[in-house]
Write a protein that binds this ligand. Structure first.
Ligand code: ADP
Ligand code: MG
Length: 240
């Protein structure tokens, strides 16, 4: 039986909201508008996952699937320094791949599973999990097929999380809610519909606050405490 590992986000407030950090054995989804901090949190987790367990890390390697071309290795350097780690060693332990189609994204996951069987990984990032699906299935009438392929991808991610005791961190976009009605207060919702809603164990809704502040709220989790965490995006990554 595998025991869950909680990996620090770099912010004590956010860790507290999450019950200690992002968890292995399940999928954590972050969604929010452009520049709400989803990718910066991914970069911070790339480093904190490599911290020893007693420092709230995962003592493991990181796999990063990038569908938007927004991973910046040079961002890892100041984040590693902030955690007093050797930046080159940290970079060596991040396996990075850029995906160009949803099929490519899926095949990368198959390859990663083989790697994870051999080396101790503790985090898998897919930033963004949905962008390529929205491009590759953009036509009218393609939604059902898109959702079916998305479900396959997500079930593969769940399997990886459970088989290798890995935390899976995925990012998602917000879309306009076509539902509407005059009483709607927040006309945005995460993309991916029910398929994504069911696959993600924890859904984090990120938004911009004042200046470099960001606000995180747990979305749609009746069994978790309500509340928000405020954190900052800094050169050293996510912090209080
Ligand atoms: P998302 O992925 O949600 O679109 P990002 O995670 O890319 O958003 O966040 C981008 C924001 O992060 C920028 O607008 C900026 O405020 C902040 N940011 C990025 N790099 C740095 C840095 N080196 N120092 C401070 N803030 C940064
Ligand atoms: Mg991003």
């Amino acid at each position: 039986r595998k025991s869950v590992v909680r990996i620090t986000t770099g912010s004590q407030a956010l860790d507290k909201l999450l019950g200690g950090g992002i968890e292995t054995l399940c999928i954590t989804e972050a969604f929010g508008e452009f520049r709400s901090g989803k990718t910066q949190l991914a970069h911070t987790l790339c480093v904190s996952t490599q911290l020893p367990i007693h420092m709230h890390g995962g003592n493991g390697k990181v796999a990063y699937i990038d569908t938007e071309g927004t991973f910046r290795p040079e961002r890892i350097v100041p984040i590693a320094e902030r955690f007093e780690m050797d930046a080159n060693a940290v970079l060596d332990n991040i396996i990075y791949a850029r995906a160009y189609t949803y099929e490519h994204q899926y095949n990368l996951l198959l390859g990663l599973a083989a790697k994870m069987a051999e080396e101790p990984f503790r985090l898998l990032i897919v930033d963004s999990v949905i962008a390529l699906f929205r491009v590759d299935f953009s036509g009218r009438g393609e939604l059902a097929e898109r959702q079916q392929k998305l479900a396959q991808m997500l079930s593969r991610l769940t399997k990886i999380a459970e088989e290798f005791n890995v935390a899976v961190y995925i990012t998602n976009q917000v879309i306009a809610d076509p539902g509407g009605g005059m009483f709607i207060t927040d006309p945005k919702k995460p993309a991916g519909g029910h398929v994504l809603a069911h696959a993600a164990t924890i859904r984090l809704m990120l938004r911009k606050g004042k200046g470099e502040q960001r606000v995180c709220k747990i979305f749609d989790a009746p069994n978790l405490p309500e509340g928000e965490a405020v954190f900052q995006v800094t050169s050293g990554g996510i912090m209080d």
